[in-house]
Design a protein around this ligand. Sequence first.
Ligand code: A3P
Ligand code: MG
Length: 416
Amino acid sequence: MERGRDKPRHSDLLQSSTHSDYKRSGYSGDCYAHKRVRSGGETFPSVPRFLSTQRQLYERSFPVYKQPVEVGFFSLDSERNFFNDSRQLRYYVEPGKSPNFSLRDGYHDRFIKRDEGVKEGLDHMLRWILENRTKLQSKNSASSCALGVDFVTWRGHLTKLLTTPYETQEGWLLAASKFGGTIYISEVETEAARVNRESRTERHKEMMYWGYKFEQYICADDMNGVPDQGGVVNTNEAFCTVVQTRLSDHKLLFSGEVDCRDKDPRIPAPACYIELKTSAEICTPKQRSNFHRYKLLKWWAQSFLPGVPQIIAGFRDQDGIVVAVETFHISNISQLIKNEYNCWKPTVCMNFCSDFLSFVKSVVKEDNPRLVHLFEWEPHRDVMFSVHRDTQYTFLPDWYVNSMESHFAGGAQPLD
Ligand code: A3P
Ligand code: MG
């Protein structure tokens, strides 16, 4: 197996039916490299083998990105149980300009942390699809595939794709399976991410709590309620929006967690949603520049995707005291960063994501829920893939596959 790299990749470590030929043709001036297959003296273009992540390849006009439409939502309760409703939606309560919230409060005695070792994959989204498929199918009745979308995934996975051309630290692994004409994309934790997760320092663990504590200070459970600042922070709880949109010619259905909404009931979703963030206070020009270059990229990508228009940011000192609160409008972020030299560009993010999805479509052709193509990326490398049939990477659960198959066998639109 030739891969032109020294470090073994995740798929190398597996006993499975991976492609044994990973021979790379090198960068050919195109974003994809196509392997040419010799047959009877002729060469034919075949499936592309890798995708470059070099920024300059994606500096073209902004692709079509349709205004995301909310097609539903769901909630996960304090024990991570699924509910097909908005019971976990919270309402934003504006804090004062310098509120002095202590984000350390409650970490030791009022914190229930979700078990990150439990890998839920796409299961909550799939549950939502099963409970709402009639609605989805009538909305997309003109489509040739069962759900009427090309891709189903989490918003967080798309966020990682958007930021890939600028990412220098963390790689990713994305598993893809085609079923009923739709490609499902689900993240697999990399070895590096697992090691990082299992070796966090006590300080890091506490700082991860701070963002949730900030949410508790400025969110109420009811439209006319007040925040319960002395309550328990439980990170199992979540409210997730499900949106449909289109990027270039890719029809997308994805879900993402939403922190809270504006109290004004006249604002429709997703425009009413508000993302909450915390960040270290900015004291020097260098810190401001880093904030623009690195943090605003991630903040922009996460909220732009589902059409969440604003972020409320709490800036905190070293001791976790919120010293300032600022609003960022997603539509203004590209203006804010324009004076940074060699800064990130929204168009590069979106074009890379669009090309990655085209790459996935060109590779994942067989409709088979047990077949997984594992797309793999490490910083400073190209995106590559390997093939896994009936392995531990298979992620579409039997309860989902069987239910969809019997639904369509019972007279609904046929699967492809
Ligand atoms: P901050 O965003 O204020 O850091 P989100 O902002 O995506 O809704 O996530 C809520 C909080 O979860 C974060 O608040 C942070 O406290 C924690 N968190 C989420 N992802 C994290 C990560 N990869 N590393 C550290 N903390 C994370
Ligand atoms: Mg948040």
